[in-house]
Design a protein around this ligand. Sequence first.
Ligand code: TYM
Length: 330
Amino acid sequence: METKRRVFSGIQPSGNLHLGNYLGALKNWVELQDEYENFFCIVDLHALTVPQDPKVLRRKIRELAALYLASGIDPQKSVVFRQSRVSGHTQLAWLLNCVAKVGELSRMTQFKDKAQKGGAEAASVGLYDYPVLQAADVLLYNAHLVPVGEDQRQHLELMRTLARRFNGLYGETFVVPEMFIPPAGARVMALDDPTAKMSKSSPTPASYVAILDEPDAVRRKIRRAKTDSGTEITASPEKPAITNLLDIYAAATGRAVPDLEEAYTGKGYGDFKKDLGEVVVETLAPIRERAMELLDDPKGLDDHLEAGAERARGVARSTLHDAWAKMGLD
Ligand code: TYM
């Protein structure tokens, strides 16, 4: 039997999962699912790098499991599990910590951005070390492909560097993973500010469309999304707001931006946004409904996650033992 190449990806169970997470990540996971052997992780340890309320975190973990499944991740085809339930992630992270350099982590823009908000001195060591744990996540499964949004590019580069360095120092151990960043929807911008990324942790709900937003809220948010001056529906650097809306439309429907520009020639922003609202509702409403059903059975979700962790542990153990042995810990 031909063995399939592996995919690994993960999302943090923090904040409200939004359209950007769906178009930039989840949708592509579902599309890759048949071709690969898949590991889709709820990265709960990554969520701890900033303060979390334990009660909320517990709920968010289940919610994320429900959203994975409702989006079309099939536990028969993909291993769905929680990072904290497979101890190999933190164990390998330590080995990689001893290979990663302070200078490399200091250059990570996500850390710099987040640390800047609260002051780098006050940021947790976990937040600083976050990309090393992320590298461990993927390398532990010897994944070939990592489907993510554009904001993860630098973390993926570091992961590749660490894999290559480890292999160079200790002998061939890890697959050097490739990233998969989709042509559209890889960087969905905030609806109220097209110069900022749509973010799960935003305090302004109008800035994002949550996957669990009710259809009317989705329509309203898109209708009120910021637009640029002028009237034409065209993508250009001078028109970041309409460019973002066109990108969302393209990612959700699979249509090309020039095709959409042509279809909307002579039409106004109002018509365009009305249609886009419907496109987004059609995309998200079935996921929302299915997720709500799944959330009615928390035990069922927990069982899926535990079964996934059991499968993940088997793969993780053998890679970890190999890395230990290469470093002289056998
Ligand atoms: P996280 O939880 O911030 O985001 C999850 C996924 O959503 C993508 N994404 C976006 N895509 C398009 N537009 C946006 N506005 C947008 N915002 C987020 C992210 O690129 C990501 O793919 N560090 C990761 C989680 C992680 C991980 C991993 C990913 C931990 N270990 C191993 C891949 C492999 C993160 O915080 O993603």
